[in-house]
Write a protein that binds this ligand. Structure first.
Ligand SMILES: [Zn+2]
Ligand SMILES: [Zn+2]
Length: 347
């Protein structure tokens, strides 16, 4: 089958590889429809190995070269013994986490904090291939009639839902979202649909225009700071090293900042300001299948057209590098939010 494999930094190849094994007990094999490209894929392409194992991974036993891609939608092609759901033919999104199941965070249910967490498309073969075999528990079934490209947005929307949950129960709240990339836009769409007053901030004009086209209030970071904007909820989705300090300045007294973006270097924060104005800073890591991905699919189904608006480009599998990773690693990245790769012809 055709697959996209990471071999090294700057070395991602479109290759013919043997298909994954038929599903064993408790597993399903999925025919991939669409797979989104993520910031972490680009990071691995430019600078890897960051999370790609060079020695066998403790959970998966796998090491590079590996098939990348973890924002996956597809149809169940076959199911192993003991699998009652999903049934063959069902359209599913795949939860990407591969926890060990034995460490202390895993045993208390925080599998996203697993001490040796594996990840589809990073430490096991992922979704940029015609077929992928996974535990059936990783498949989240989409409601009838949902479009496969929309289902491929379940992972980034689940990340946004988890981040929002860290800010508490929100309604009619003023919220600032830093960063108009795919996670920031997803978070802003979810908050807006929930009746909150959302402002999206970025430093790149093209990104602000994109946010505005989605019906979101969008401002330059410098404008917002200069204008004294402050909000009880700030979601940091940009991953810029300076954004932590900016988030503190944007938070209202008693407010909460949720950090989702991953800066490549340590950030400088005014911690006296954090203490004096009782600001809470929470981290948010990835997502869970039941708690985050199932509600993400519900949000996507309810706001399909707007959610699909975060997709800026669609490319066939053969162009994953030239039209996808290479674009997201280059100067044209500012014009992109989410790039979807069409894996199945009928996708
Ligand atoms: Zn992702
Ligand atoms: Zn674990």
């Amino acid at each position: 089958m055709r697959a996209v494999r990471w071999h090294g930094a700057g070395d991602v190849r479109i290759e013919d590889v043997p298909p994954p094994p038929a599903p064993g007990p408790g597993e399903v094999r999925v025919r991939v429809a669409w797979c989104g490209l993520c910031g972490s894929d680009v990071h691995e392409y430019r600078y890897g190995p960051v999370r790609t194992p060079i020695e066998p991974h403790p959970v998966t036993g796998r090491s590079a070269p590996l098939i990348i891609g973890h924002e996956i939608s597809g149809w169940v092609e076959s199911a192993g013994t003991g699998v009652t759901a999903p049934e063959p033919g069902a359209l599913v999104a795949l939860n990407a986490l591969l926890p060990c199941g034995r460490c202390e965070p895993c045993l208390r249910g925080d599998v996203q904090l697993c001490l040796t967490l594996g990840h589809l498309g990073q430490s096991a073969d992922g979704g940029l291939a015609e077929l992928v075999t996974v535990p059936a528990s990783m498949a989240v079934t989409a409601p009838p009639g949902m479009a496969p490209d929309l289902v491929a947005l379940a992972e980034p929307f689940a990340v946004a839902i988890r981040a929002i949950r860290h800010a508490g129960a929100l309604s009619e709240q003023a919220c600032v979202v830093l960063g108009a990339g795919s996670i920031g836009l997803a978070a802003a769409i979810i908050l807006d649909a929930g009746g909150n007053r959302v402002t999206v901030l970025d430093v790149v004009e093209e990104r602000l225009r994109h946010a505005a086209r989605l019906g979101l209030r969008a401002r330059q970071v410098a404008d917002a700071l200069g204008g004294g904007l402050r909000a009880p909820v700030v979601l940091e989705c940009s991953g810029a090293a300076s954004a932590g300090g900016t988030a503190v300045r944007l938070a209202a007294a008693g407010g909460v900042i949720v950090i989702v973006g991953l800066p490549g270097e340590p950030s400088t924060l005014d911690l006296a300001d954090v203490a004096l104005r009782e600001i809470t800073i929470a981290g948010s890591m990835s997502h869970l299948a039941d708690a985050d991905m199932a509600p993400a699919i519900a949000v996507l189904a309810a706001h399909a057209e707007r959610a699909l608006g975060i997709v800026t480009s669609r490319v066939p599998l053969a162009e994953t590098v030239t039209g996808g990773l290479g674009v997201l690693a280059g100067p044209g990245r500012h014009r992109q939010a989410k790039i979807l790769v069409r894996v199945a012809d009928g996708g």
